[in-house]
Design a protein around this ligand. Sequence first.
Ligand SMILES: [Ca+2]
Length: 285
Amino acid sequence: MTLLKTLWIRSSFILLLFSLLIFEISCSSDPETIVEEIVQEDPTTDQDEDSADDTSGDDTSGDDTSDGEGTVSSNCPQGGTTFFSESNGLISVEFENTAFNGDWELRNDADDVSGDGYMVWTGQQRLNQPGEGKATFLIEITTTGTYQFLWKSAFRMGDNGTEHNDSWLRFPDADDFFGEKGNGSIVYPKGSGKEPNPEGSSSDGWFKIYRSGNNASFVWQARTSDNDAHDIFVTFSEEGIYTMEVSARSSFHGIDRFLLFNKDSFTRQEALGMADSFSAQSDCN
Ligand SMILES: [Ca+2]
């Protein structure tokens, strides 16, 4: 009996120890599970916070965009009270749709002009003195890049296409303003601090912009550098409202309208095909 009792007590003790061991393992696994759950929850919480941050970030950028548009519209450079808005890389404007002073006259005695007609300088010629009778056009750019400039103009005196065929043009706050021809030759206005400069007259950042040919009609053409025709380009590196200035050079040079088109988006012909979509004109705030 004593032996059996001893064996029973030992068996019971071993069973108790085993039970305690199982219990301890079971208990010790619970905290690990909780820790794991916490660890698993943490990234979820972080992701939610990140998502919330991203969302608020989007909201903020959305506000910035609308604020930015408002800021662009209300910060016109001096010299104008309205601005023309570029759309999809195009700016198309009737030349007579800004304020003029001096001896510019609005005329409408030609069949091939649009809008209210064309402007013509009837005052003294300013062959080497840009700035007289300065007209300003403000242009709002949202598609940055380099644009080619064209205007539709005619000589309105005599029958010699080398006279009464040019006016002065300048973009004083653009990032670059230059003439370029097919062979890669580039010229910059005198006074811009850049070289080479065009043949013929140029000064204080102004290019003489001429049209060629004895065809008396209004034609789309804008070039600089005498006997070395370079097309005209202007670069706008940031969104904003820029200044374009035209001043008198030859008398009786009639200008009907002008066009700027992003050179990376359109060929000349494509741009001219869309030129009748005139740019919206808005008041500066
Ligand atoms: Ca016109």
